[in-house]
Each structure stands twice: as C-alpha cells, then as structure tokens.
Design a protein around this ligand. Structure first.
Ligand code: ADP
Length: 444
C-alpha cells in the first residue's frame, strides 16, 4: 500500500490551530506592546493543552477496556475517534471468532464423522471426540504426535504419507476402532499448510455390500442347476423330429435366451468370485505375448469377425499375475472389439512396456463410444445401446469383470474412443509386475 507523503486532514488541522495561536499571540503583543512575552505565554498555554490531551489519550489507550474515550476536540479528538473505531471493529471480530470457534466445537462434537487437524508433518493439532474414540487418541498426550505413529495400519500409513489412492482408504479393525470399517479421507488445499483428516464409519455399508455380494453369488449359483436342466430339455426338443413345426421357432428362441441366461449367470459368478476373493493369489509370470497370440488364433476361427486382427508385441517381458484372470481380461476386451467392429474393420492387440509400467491394449476401428458413456462403461449391466448389445449377445458384465480383474493386478483400465472411428481399451500395470524374460530364464 502506498503511503502519501502529504499532510492528512488531521495534520492540516494541527497546523491551522498553531497558526491561530500565533495570531492570538501577535494580537496580544500588539495590545500589550510586549511581543516576546505574549508569544511565550501563548505557546506555553498551547503546549500545556497538547500535553494534557496526550496524557488523556495515553491513559485511555492503556485502560481502554474500562475507560470511555476522552472527550477532546481538535486533532487529538480525531485521532481518538480513529483509534476507537479500529478498537471496536477488532472487538467485534474477536467476539465473532470466539463465537464461531464455540459453535465449530459444538458442531464437530455432534458430527457423525471423525475429524483430525494435521500439521504439515502429519502431527496432530486437534481432533473431535468421535475421532478420539475411533482412533484411540487422547487429548494432551497425543497432540503434536505424528498420526502414522499412532494409527499404524500399513494402508493408512501409505495413504497419509503419499496421499494415494486419491479417493482415500478404507481400513478394517485398526485396534482401537474395534471391528469397525473406517474410511479415511484427507482434505488438503494448495494454500493451507494444515490438512484435515475426515474419518467415517462405513461398517454398515460394508456389511450391506457383503450381503449383496453373497446374495448375487448364491442366487447365480442356485440358478445354474435349473438352467442346465432347462437347456438340456430344450436341446433335445430342438432336435426332436416329431415336434409340431409351429413350435420349432419358439423352441429355438427359448434355447437362445437360455444360452444368454447361462452366460449372464456365468459372468455374475465370475464377478462375484473376483469380488469375494481378497486373498492374494499365487502370482506367476505370465507370457502375455503368448496369450494374445492364442486368443487371436481363437478369434480367427469365428465366422463373424473383422477381417484384420493383428498382434503387435513390443516386448517379450512377462507379467506377474493369474493366468485365468489375465485370460479373462483379454478375452472380454477382444470379444467386445469383435462384436462392435464391422467385418471390414481391424483390431490390434498390443503389448509393450515403458517407464510407467506394462501396457496391454485392444484397439478397434469399430462403432466407437460417445464421451458421455465412457465413465460408466465398467458399471454392471451398463450398455450404450441396450438393444444392440443384447442382440450381439452381451451380458453387460464384461467390462465390470475386466475392471475387477485388473484391480486385483494393481492395474487400471483406460478407455479412449471416438464415435464412428473406433476405441482403444488399455490396461496399465505398475512396473513391479513386470518380469524380464532373462530373469525368468535364470530364475526358473
Ligand atoms: P456387453 O456384454 O454388453 O458388451 P460390456 O461390459 O463388455 O458389456 O460392455 C459394456 C458396453 O460398452 C457395451 O454394451 C458397449 O455399448 C460398450 N463397448 C464395450 N466395448 C466396446 C467397443 N470395443 N466398441 C464400442 N463399444 C463398446
């Protein structure tokens, strides 16, 4: 802020008053004929008034909590008015902040979530009672302690240190929290040095999710046997020569629909298997090049398929993972590419590695997908064009299976697509899953 060098109104008032006093002294000198004495006398009175005002202001400044502002006129009065205004404004803001803090404390105590305020080094600055209860934190004792030294779950420690995964972590049974499922999310801002850790009890959601998974798995399992019996009878009926010709077409349609139901049930079972099974599998180095070549060969046997299906292998590295799950990923992506690409189109399966890790992509020159659908494609039963997907025999679960299987390999699915031009589905795997072939040869 630029401070002007010129005199303020108060300054000018002081100057005018001094000139006035000097003028009075001059007149008095003329009347009395003793100019020097008059001047000295007036200046002495003037100085006394200034000292009195200064003493009054000083006293008020020191005891302004109890004393009213002094009633002074002139420049000193104006200074008192300015200081008083600043003081009242400060008092008002202080009262507001105190009131806000009181309400904030009341609200955070009533909040169903836990909240912990952390410093730049993750040291605990403040927490509400819910966070204290769930994380076993004690006021005074734990203030200033780093939170990762008190809540030691590895996923939590990793999240607090790296901020990853971005959506936060859900942790089960962290000791003090009992058998709760707690979801942690850190709120940071670019400008603030402090961070807010929000803790939510998601045990109920977890329980409902487990019930849903169980239900889907059990229902799919139960549907399997009756479906097998029905399709057996329908197969026999379709081949029955004595069947009334009027029944021929309905029976064939029933058989097609039963096949679809079978496919949906199988996909549902596969999906629930991935979801239910959190235990780490026996990871093996898998030859992705070989897998892509094999699946291409199988695809070439199909009658209805795009003319050109290529495999591009830019590395011979292997990928640590489960053969059946990786097979499921590629075959789902490839069968989609085949379904949504016309006969004159082409498909490329590509496998390569770079600094960021290993990548596997399935690119097609098919119908493509409009941008608004892309974020939702991996949802169960989400279809861009339900009629077309059904007529092409899709269960709507393929990409959900791919996503889950990828998650189990620490991988992610990237989808790029242009309507009418084609799509590329890329699976990205982290570097720690890459096994160079030489190492594999010496190791095994
Ligand atoms: P579906 O069994 O219906 O193919 P998916 O989960 O495999 O189910 O795919 C979901 C939807 O994503 C499909 O219905 C389709 O609309 C779209 N989709 C998937 N792969 C492609 C692709 N290669 N090209 C265009 N659309 C695709």
């Amino acid at each position: 802020m630029k401070v002007p060098a010129s005199l303020s109104t108060i300054g000018w008032h002081a100057v005018y008053r001094l000139i006035g006093a000097l003028f009075v002294a001059f007149l008095l000198g003329l009347v009395t004929g003793r100019m020097a004495l008059s001047l000295a006398l007036v200046l002495l009175i003037y100085a006394c008034i200034q000292i009195r005002n200064m003493v009054l202001v000083d006293r008020w400044l020191r005891f302004r909590r109890v004393l009213p502002p002094p009633d002074i006129s002139g420049p000193w009065g104006e200074i008192v008015a300015i200081v008083n205004r600043i003081y009242l404004r400060k008092q008002y803001h202080r009262a507001r902040v105190t009131e806000l803090m009181r309400e904030f404390r009341q609200l955070t105590t009533a909040m169903p979530e836990g909240a912990v305020l952390l410093g730049p080094e993750n040291e605990i600055l403040w927490f509400n009672s819910r966070a204290g209860e769930w994380l076993g934190l004690k006021r005074k004792r734990d203030f200033g302690m780093r939170i990762e030294n008190l809540v030691r779950h590895p996923d939590f420690v990793e999240y607090v240190r790296t901020g990853k995964p971005e959506g936060g972590v859900v942790v089960h049974d962290i000791g003090q929290g009992g058998s709760r499922w707690l979801a942690f999310h850190i709120v940071r801002s670019d400008t603030a040095v402090r961070q807010l850790l929000i803790v939510r009890d998601v045990s109920r959601e977890k329980q409902l999710e487990a019930m849903r998974k169980d239900f889907v798995a059990n229902a799919s399992h139960e549907l399997r046997s009756p479906l097998t019996v029905i399709s057996g009878y329908l197969d026999a009926l379709a081949e029955e020569e004595k069947l009334d010709p009027a029944w021929k077409e309905p029976v064939l349609e029933m058989r097609r629909q039963t096949e679809r139901m079978n496919m949906i049930v199988n996909d549902l079972l596969e999906l629930s298997k991935f979801e239910a099974d959190d235990t780490p599998r026996e990871d093996q180095p898998i030859d992705i090049g070989g897998l892509l070549t094999l699946l291409r060969k199988e695809a070439l046997q199909l009658e209805e398929r795009p003319r050109n299906i290529r495999v591009t292998l830019e590395t011979d590295a292997l990928l640590l993972g489960s053969e059946s799950e990786l097979h499921s990923i590629v075959s789902n992506l490839l069968s989609n590419a085949i379904k949504y690409t016309p006969a004159h189109g082409e498909i490329e399966l590509r496998w390569w590695i770079d600094d960021e890790g290993a990548h596997l992509s399935v690119r097609d020159t098919g119908v493509g997908i409009a941008p608004e659908h892309i974020p939702r494609l991996t949802e169960r039963f989400y279809r861009v064009d339900a009629g077309r997907a059904r007529s092409l025999g899709g269960s709507g679960l393929g990409l959900a299976i791919v996503k889950h299987a990828l998650q189990r390999h620490d991988g992610t699915l990237r989808i790029e697509s242009k309507e009418g031009q084609g799509s590329t589905f890329t699976c990205d795997f982290p570097p720690h899953r890459i096994v160079p072939r030489k190492q594999q040869a010496t190791g095994g």
